[in-house]
Every structure is written in C-alpha cells, then in structure tokens.
Design a protein around this ligand. Structure first.
Ligand code: HEC
Ligand code: HEC
Length: 215
C-alpha cells in the first residue's frame, strides 16, 4: 500500500503540472459508497490515516478534530489552498460527496489512532519539546501548548500535531504561505487566519521532530 500511496502522490504532482484539470473526472460519480471514498483517501493518506512520508509528504488525518477536518475541506474544495495535489485530487473527491457523507468520512478518520508514521530525528526531540512547551520568549513565539494542547491532540479548529508526518509539518511551517495562501486568508470560510509561526529553520526542525514522534 505504501508504494500505491507514493505512486499516487507522485503522479498527482506530475499530473497537476502537465494537466491542471487532470483527476477531476476520475472521481465524479456520487453513487460511490462512503467506504469506497474512504479507501480512495487511504490510497494516499495511509490505511490508518497515518499519512505518508515520501518524496511528496501526505499529511496524517488520523485523530484530527472533526471541526478542523471539515473547515479544511471547505478551504480545499473552494480551491483556496495553493497545492496542486489538493486541487486536483482531494477537491473533486470531497466535492463529489454530499455534506452528510463527507461527515461520515471525516468521522472515520477522527476515530483512528495509529502510531506515528513519519517521525523526525530523535536527537532534536528534547530541544523541540522545550519550544513546544515554552515557546521562544525572546522572539515572542508563544508556547504551542496554549492552542494545540499539552499532548498536541488539538481540538475544534486547532489541528492535532501529534504524529504528524515530519517533512509535512516542516513544510507547512517553513512555507506557510504556500499551503495557506493569501486567498485563504481573505476567504469568508477560511479557517482562522493561520498563526504566524516566527521560528528559524532549526527551531522548526526541532519542534517538528518533537510533535512527529508523539503518539
Ligand atoms: C492523490 C493523493 C490524495 C488523495 C487520494 C487524497 N488526499 Fe487528502 N491530501 C493529499 C495531500 C498531498 C495533501 C496535502 C496538501 C498540501 O500540502 O496542501 C492532502 C491534504 C488533505 C487535507 C488537509 C489536511 C491538513 O492537515 O491540512 C485533508 C482534510 C484531506 N487531504 C482529506 C482527504 C480526504 C477526506 C480524502 C478522500 C476523500 C483525500 N484527502 C484524498 C493527498 C491526497
Ligand atoms: C494561537 C493559537 C496557536 C498557537 C500558539 C500555535 N498554533 Fe499552530 N495552528 C493554530 C491553528 C488555528 C492552526 C490551523 C490553521 C489553518 O489550518 O489554517 C495551526 C496549524 C499548525 C500547523 C499545521 C497543521 C496541519 O496539519 O496542517 C502546524 C504544523 C502548527 N500549527 C505548529 C505549531 C507550533 C510548532 C506552534 C508553537 C511554536 C504552534 N503551532 C502554535 C493555532 C496555533
């Protein structure tokens, strides 16, 4: 299954470059069952929703709060997420379900609890833990615990970070504008405007090593 996810994720990126519309016809039938949709999601997001650490990281969905998944799905469906994979594959798959079926798919992922599937370097964990719990006071970076919770499980609109795929988390924090672009910030139904994380590259790597190793 791992290789399926990688192949799909890779071809998603390539297809999107070559054929920006590719994939929209692939999943248009709304007669498909919720189970079939879930299987489709898992081709990329992993059999337990654990995410996939490959050349093109796919985020963990397992254990994400329901409200966060729902809000993020709106952003993706309205093409306000600057990412060709999300636009090409995720948006049509989500849009082909009615809100109730989408809810059932999200419900399924919120209940999964696999171990971390893409942990970062162990040796960075202690420094990362300090940043997570205390922030970086001299640079006005607040403690991550204050929003994401002491165990990084998230709640409501604040995402779970525990067990997130390391390179994905690093990517989000390093290139926040790429995944949550200006359109998303201005949009009416955008998730709360993304918090500015003013961290250096090495601080990002440390804190992501910490969260990606959490169970
Ligand atoms: C072809 C691979 C692929 C498939 C199939 C796919 N996804 Fe994704 N999904 C991704 C990638 C890659 C991202 C990250 C996009 C980014 O970096 O902006 C993503 C992002 C997401 C996000 C945002 C997560 C976050 O933490 O911000 C949600 C929610 C999501 N997908 C749900 C789904 C659901 C539900 C399905 C099935 C209906 C699905 N995806 C099918 C590859 C896929
Ligand atoms: C004031 C509340 C708040 C604080 C403090 C905060 N965050 Fe966040 N964080 C959020 C919210 C809300 C989101 C979702 C934003 C969105 O998706 O548009 C988020 C998203 C993220 C994401 C992306 C998750 C995903 O699956 O796409 C990462 C990674 C992250 N935060 C890491 C951190 C780290 C590390 C810290 C501490 C240095 C931190 N956050 C501090 C509220 C906060």
């Amino acid at each position: 299954m791992k290789s399926t996810g990688l192949r799909l994720a890779l071809s998603a990126g390539l297809l999107a470059v070559v054929f920006p519309g590719a994939g929209s016809a692939q999943d248009s039938g709304d007669k498909q069952t919720v189970e079939a949709k879930i299987r489709y999601c898992k081709d990329c997001h992993g059999q337990q929703g654990q995410g996939f650490q490959g050349a093109y990281p796919v985020p963990r969905l397992a254990g994400q709060p329901f409200a966060y998944l729902q809000a993020k799905a709106e952003v993706i469906m309205e093409h306000r997420r600057d990412n060709p994979t999300a636009d090409t594959f995720v948006a049509p798959a989500l849009a082909s379900m009615n809100p109730q079926k989408r809810g059932e798919v999200f419900e399924h992922f919120t209940t999964l609890n696999p171990p971390p599937a893409g942990p970062g370097p162990q040796e960075l964990v202690p420094a990362g833990r300090r940043i997570y719990e205390e922030g970086v006071p001299q640079d006005n970076v607040p403690a991550c615990t204050s929003c994401h919770g002491p165990e990084a499980k998230g709640s409501g609109m604040v995402p779970r970070l525990a067990g997130q795929i390391y390179p994905y988390a690093v990517k989000v924090l390093s290139h926040w504008a790429i995944v949550n672009n200006e359109r998303a910030r201005e949009g009416a139904s955008a998730v709360k405007s993304p918090v500015e994380h003013k961290l250096t590259r090495s601080q990002i790597e440390a804190v992501c090593a910490y969260i990606s190793n959490l169970n």
